[in-house]
Design a protein around this ligand. Structure first.
Ligand SMILES: Nc1ncnc2c1ncn2[C@@H]1O[C@H](COP(=O)(O)OP(=O)(O)O)[C@@H](O)[C@H]1O
Ligand SMILES: [Mg+2]
Length: 350
């Protein structure tokens, strides 16, 4: 079978964080953007992430991404994938919007052209220390291979928000049948998410085993009272059992928003390992995901690695180089490294 490789050929940025009139032509394999702290390396990665997901990986709103001296920003990429060459644009002019080939486009359309896989080598601990962060990563992973998944998550979140609003504001005076009807739709929507998460984690674990023949796996624990015979009904019953407690604590206490994932290495939690080991095992999970992505979509993500060499020994670095040899990698570092085929130096303006 012929393999397609997603490739970002060109990126243009204006008025985005510290980058103005910035343009870069990437190579199809390993690219390294190097430069001093504050030169804008993370901003380049952030621009690509924004094009892929319509949002920032930084805890900021879109307006804060606009350059201090500008009134709006513009980020544009020429992307080559199996559907040919396409142009993706993200703009902020009073409000934020995106375009695919000059037509206004929503996220489900743009993500069809560009799927960035993002790894921050200096912040990777977040994936291990903060469950919400890892849950989001798993959701982005599943979204990459099942296009309708994000729709399920967004629907679930909007229902949950409304139920929480009622719990918070009405408390004990909440109408029982109203709460039941919210729980009915939550159970229906939540069940889809839990089933997809279960199936995906199984697939990912199988792939890790197949590629690395190593005892590394993710254990998934849905936040439910009963998971033995999972169904919309079983989730609804769980929610009924918790009704009083939820009313008393004025918020929802059960469902995918509270699911847990444990990363296990030889039966031990990843939290117990050294920082270099943690990074290596996370990288293995990313490598397995890339292979899963290839099988599901007959395409590849573009791999963005911010501060790629932070806290990595030579052996881990070589592992990284070997394992991601086929796909387009866009990495950043403060140091130049000739192992990368395409090198770009960023200079701090001032
Ligand atoms: N809205 C903004 N306008 C102008 N500069 C910004 C904005 N947001 C962040 N910056 C600055 O942009 C610079 C580049 O940041 P960053 O891309 O994180 O650098 P690097 O990753 O190379 O260390 C930093 O000095 C940061 O303070
Ligand atoms: Mg940075």
């Amino acid at each position: 079978m012929f393999d397609f490789y997603l490739e970002v050929k060109k990126l243009e940025i204006n008025g985005f964080r510290n980058l103005n009139n910035f343009s870069i032509n990437f190579g199809d394999k390993k690219n390294l953007i190097f430069g001093d702290n504050g030169s804008g390396k993370t901003s380049v990665i952030e621009a690509l992430f924004l094009l892929g997901f319509g949002k920032s990986f930084l805890p900021v709103n879109k307006k804060e991404l606009v350059n201090f001296k500008a009134s709006g920003f513009f980020v544009k990429a020429e992307v080559l994938n199996k559907s040919g060459e396409n142009t993706l644009t993200a703009r902020f002019e009073k409000s934020f919007y995106m375009q695919a080939n000059s037509e206004k486009a929503v996220f489900s359309q743009t993500s069809h052209y560009l799927y960035p896989l993002f790894f921050s080598s200096s912040n990777y601990n977040y994936y291990i220390d903060y469950m919400a962060y890892f849950r989001k990563l798993m959701d982005r992973f599943i979204h990459g291979v099942h296009s309708l998944y994000l729709h399920d998550v967004l629907r679930y979140n909007s229902i949950l928000k409304q139920k929480n609003y009622l719990l918070k504001n009405l408390g004990k005076s909440i109408n029982n049948s109203e709460l039941n009807s919210w729980n009915t739709v939550l159970a229906e929507s939540g069940c889809k998410i839990v089933k997809k998460r279960m199936a995906f984690i199984n697939q990912l674990n199988d792939m890790i085993g197949e590629i690395f023949r190593f005892d590394l796996k993710i254990n998934y624990f849905p936040a439910l009272l009963t998971t033995a015979s999972l169904s919309e009904n079983s989730i609804f019953n769980d929610l009924c059992l918790l009704k009083k407690t939820e009313i008393n604590s004025k918020r929802s206490l059960l469902g995918p928003q509270r699911d847990r994932f444990d990363i296990m290495v030889s039966g031990k939690k990843l939290q117990l390992f050294s920082s270099g080991e943690k990074k290596k095992y996370l990288m293995m999970i990313f490598a397995a995901y890339i292979e899963l992505f290839r099988q599901e979509r007959n395409d590849h993500p573009v791999f963005l690695i911010d501060d790629y060499d932070a806290a990595m020994d030579e052996k881990n670095l070589n592992f990284l180089m070997d394992h991601f040899s086929k796909i387009q990698v866009i990495a950043t570092s403060v140091a130049k490294n000739e192992k990368f085929g395409h090198l770009f130096e960023l200079k701090k303006e001032n």
